[in-house]
Design a protein around this ligand. Structure first.
Ligand code: HEM
Length: 375
């Protein structure tokens, strides 16, 4: 149970139960050679599969190699369990180049759904922490296992890729399986209650996995990953009354139940009124993000809390590293975020600081490598 199968129809780390920790990295490809890129993807696949089983990068590993060479594995995961490590790869819009500069010969395979996200009201994005040619998401129940995996994959990429940015996360802010209890985000609210759950396979097929008929054949069984580094204005939030905090989300802080209801998983009643008006405010987060308010749109959230110390002004640099998987970001994430960015009560307490989108290829079968359907 401690090993999550690496190979399969879909990549692991999407609909598999969310682990507790994350290390997410975005790379730029610094080589112009298609062969270099493919060689790296093959190497990464082999090593990634080994690490998800709890093995070292290579057999000679941290201690078994040549005494006068750097060890092939950095060693900090020796003695640690596999910890349900999953490694998930995605390709950013920039990897596909342009018609004029098509360095890897894949421009014609760029899916229409893969485009840098538009600017949303309130965005203050840091370009140094946004985008990237290739992303790898490592999730595990032990932070050291996730960090070890990304560190060793980055090392193997030397000369072909350079790290653009990376993010550590903890305390999953979404449950992706009905078998998991709902964890809390750093605002103290249960997060993931009304998420798509992997057990609901028909909804997951409808909203997460790319269908062969959608666009590009090579993406069939894949999905898209949207990442947003959302800072929480923690100090302002912490001075807000409980009543206001619950109005912002439309749920009770303790139980997670929708306002006016008793238990966490009770159906959300968007119509009924109480003595103070609508039970769920017209600009409450769960109203605006609900499929009822968005012509039926849903997506699968799989984000993490982050705290990157303090910002130099004495404020905590903390928030939600939002990750969502969807079949088409332009048709799902964009309308949802557009509505939230315009009207959500939560906007007073958050700031979107970075943004990225990646095409996540299907899972690897025997003999295949990460992205082999693309090349
Ligand atoms: C629901 C927190 C940003 C989409 C929720 C809930 C919380 C929450 C506490 C209620 C529990 C649940 O059903 O999961 C946050 C925080 C955010 C944030 C703290 C930012 C820091 C976003 C963004 C999106 C989003 C950027 C998508 C663009 C959703 C959806 C739901 C939801 C779809 C379920 C709504 C329903 O009941 O149908 N969020 N959220 N959230 N959130 Fe967020």
């Amino acid at each position: 149970a401690d090993v999550v199968e690496f190979r399969g129809e879909h990549q692991a780390g999407i609909a598999t139960p969310a682990q507790d920790r994350m290390h997410f990295v975005a790379f730029d490809v610094i080589s112009d050679s298609r062969d270099d890129l493919i060689a790296l993807l093959r190497t990464w696949t082999e090593v990634a599969e080994r690490m998800t089983k709890g093995e070292q990068t290579y057999d000679n590993g941290a201690t078994g190699g040549e005494e006068y060479s750097p060890p092939s594995d950095t060693g900090e995961a020796l003695d640690l369990a596999p910890s349900q490590l999953t490694l998930t790869i995605g390709f950013g819009p920039s990897l596909f180049g342009t018609a004029e500069k098509d360095r890897f010969g894949i421009f014609s395979k760029k899916p229409a759904a893969l485009a840098d996200l538009q600017h949303f009201p309130g965005d203050i994005l840091d370009p140094a922490r946004s985008g990237g040619d290739i992303a790898i998401q490592a999730c595990a129940n032990d932070p050291q296992v996730a960090v070890h995996a990304i560190r060793n994959l980055a090392r193997l990429g030397t000369g072909t890729v350079a790290v653009k940015w990376s993010q550590l996360g903890f305390g999953r802010t979404s449950s992706t399986s009905a078998s998991q209890v709902t964890a809390r985000n750093l605002m103290g609210f249960k997060d993931g209650t009304n998420n798509l759950k992997s057990e609901d396979t028909s909804e997951v097929s409808q909203f997460v996995w790319v269908d062969p008929k959608d666009d590009q054949d090579w993406m069939a069984g894949g999905t898209y990953l949207v990442a947003r580094r959302i800072r929480m204005l923690i100090e302002a939030w912490d001075r807000t009354t409980l009543n206001e905090q619950e109005r912002v989300f439309g749920r009770a802080k303790g139980s997670g139940a929708p306002k006016g209801s008793g238990a966490e998983f009770d159906a959300v009643d968007l119509q009924s009124k109480g003595p103070e008006g609508l039970l769920i405010d017209k600009a409450a987060h769960i109203r605006l993000a609900s499929h009822e308010s968005l012509n039926g749109i849903k997506l699968m959230r799989r984000g993490y809390n982050f705290t990157d110390g303090s910002d130099g002004f004495g404020h905590l640099d903390a928030g939600l590293f939002f990750i969502a998987f969807c079949r088409n970001p332009i048709e799902q994430f964009v309308p949802m975020q557009l509505q939230l960015s315009r009207k959500d009560l939560l906007n007073e307490y958050i700031q979107h600081m970075a943004s990225a989108v990646f095409a996540v290829p299907p899972g690897v079968g025997q003999g295949e490598y990460w992205g082999s359907t693309l090349f």
